[in-house]
Write a protein that binds this ligand. Sequence first.
Ligand SMILES: N[C@@H](CCC(=O)N[C@@H](CS)C(=O)NCC(=O)O)C(=O)O
Length: 228
Amino acid sequence: MNRPTDDDRFELYGFWRTSATYRVRVAFHLKGVKPRETFVDMDGGEQNGEAYRRINPLGGLPALVDHGPGQPPVPLTQSLAILEFLDELYPQPPLLPADAHGRARVRSIAQMLAADTHPLITPRVRQYLSTLGGFDADASRAWLVHWLGTGLRAVEQRLAAEPGTGRFCHGDQPTIADICLASLFMVTGVLKIDVGGIPVSTRIVGECERLPAFAAAAPALQVGAPAL
Ligand SMILES: N[C@@H](CCC(=O)N[C@@H](CS)C(=O)NCC(=O)O)C(=O)O
């Protein structure tokens, strides 16, 4: 069991609708640990301010500080690294399969989404394109549709073809691959982009969203989200 004091142990720097913060929120919910959340106003550019850059020099959300006794006060960044850190600290329920091949498959799917797809659609990239890159609104949207579709369709191809796929991306328990898949569906939802033609992924994200841990991480439920 997690120690009750662990609820106050972590400080999560995030923003209500960022997909990388969503991933970490889902993991905390799955592990049954509640972090304190510090809101960084991404719409106001606070992630680029001096104070947050001291926490994450790249200005990306989330960051996680472990205030546990004797822990180094060094912020952890990169959602995938944080997911694995939490999985090592709180092994139940596991976010990675027990076997090496399974772990490699899950990490590979997770990285297709979080490392190869998500960086292309972050606000800093979109801002560059619409300023220095000279993209107008239509070209910017076409960029998002193209790269989100490319990443999600490639993952769909694997999920549809590979025998490891089950109720979730790998077998019948959610892993970091599902967390990453659901996080990009979250982005398509926020941006109102319908990738279409990805039935296996859509079914799996439906399974995820029925789990309380994923439901509780929905952007609309987070501090700072606009009232419906
Ligand atoms: N690879 C990083 C990505 C972090 C990242 O870029 N987060 C986005 C929000 S999902 C962000 O903070 N973007 C701020 C910006 O682009 O200015 C991770 O997985 O943690």
